[in-house]
Design a protein around this ligand. Structure first.
Ligand SMILES: [Zn+2]
Length: 255
């Protein structure tokens, strides 16, 4: 069952939706554009109709409270609840998305996180049916997770972000990053081990997106940070690339 099911008020018909595969009638042509690139994601590329849910999910001119102009559904992340209520979040509202992921509403619901705004995502976002084994989509990836494990992984990722910056969460832990984390925390070695295990997994990609930015993470975990021998300049390197942070470290690596 896909998120579009929750957006359907008419969930019957003799046809099958080309996008999500749910039953539909013959009132809505599928309208698969020539520029469509996600052929493998279609439920049935030969089907000629689409469902009401997919029509809503692909709306490029949605009226949205607080916005003057019609909005494209694909430009937002969405929480869709069982009654079909749609709550949007922009890329700037990661804290809200994080809360949805860690403490989701009662199933059934669907959570779709858009990072590019380029693709139609809702038509293949699965509906979460089990509060203990959740599912969401992060752009085109379907991620299954246990909320308690996500909560713990976020603590690890936030602490890494506080030391090395959020951008570093998207890369494997290198020697310089590990050394920096060990200088930041008395339990740095086990923190590096924990993060190295999480980082390459789907959960790792999810927390890399949801983690706090460097300064917020440092505030939250200020009590843990020991900052042993950390160069003064490194404290302001939150938004800089990993290459730059590494070069800061090369200067003091012999300490
Ligand atoms: Zn559909």
């Amino acid at each position: 069952m896909k998120a579009t099911w929750l957006l359907n008020t008419n969930q019957s018909g003799e046809h099958r939706c080309a996008y999500c595969g749910h039953p539909c009638d013959d009132t809505r042509p599928a309208q698969i554009k020539k520029t469509w690139s996600d052929w493998p994601g279609l439920a049935d590329a030969s089907a000629v109709y689409r469902c009401q849910g997919c029509e809503r999910a692909m709306n490029e001119r949605m009226d949205m409270p607080g916005r003057d102009k019609p909005q494209k559904v694909r430009n937002y992340s969405w929480l869709i609840e069982s009654g079909g209520e749609m709550t949007p979040a922009t890329k700037g509202q990661i804290p809200a998305i994080r809360e949805w992921a860690v403490e989701p509403p009662e199933p059934p619901y669907a959570l779709c996180i858009a990072t590019s705004g380029q693709k139609q995502l809702l038509y293949r976002t699965p509906v979460c049916l089990d509060a203990n084994n959740c599912v969401l989509t992060l752009e085109a990836e379907i991620i299954n997770y246990v909320p308690g494990e996500l909560y713990n992984a976020l603590i690890v990722a936030d602490r890494i972000s506080a030391a090395s910056g959020k951008v570093c969460l998207s890369e494997p832990v290198g020697v310089m990053m590990a050394s920096r984390i060990m200088d930041y925390y008395s339990d740095g070695e086990s923190l590096v081990d924990s993060w190295s295990a999480i980082q390459p997994t789907p959960l790792g990609r999810l927390v890399a997106f949801l983690a706090l930015p460097k300064e917020k993470a440092a505030e939250k975990h200020a009590g843990d940070i020991i900052k042993r021998d950390v160069p003064a300049k490194a404290g302001g390197a939150g938004r800089s690339g990993p290459g730059q942070e590494q070069s800061l470290w090369v200067q003091t690596a012999g300490d």
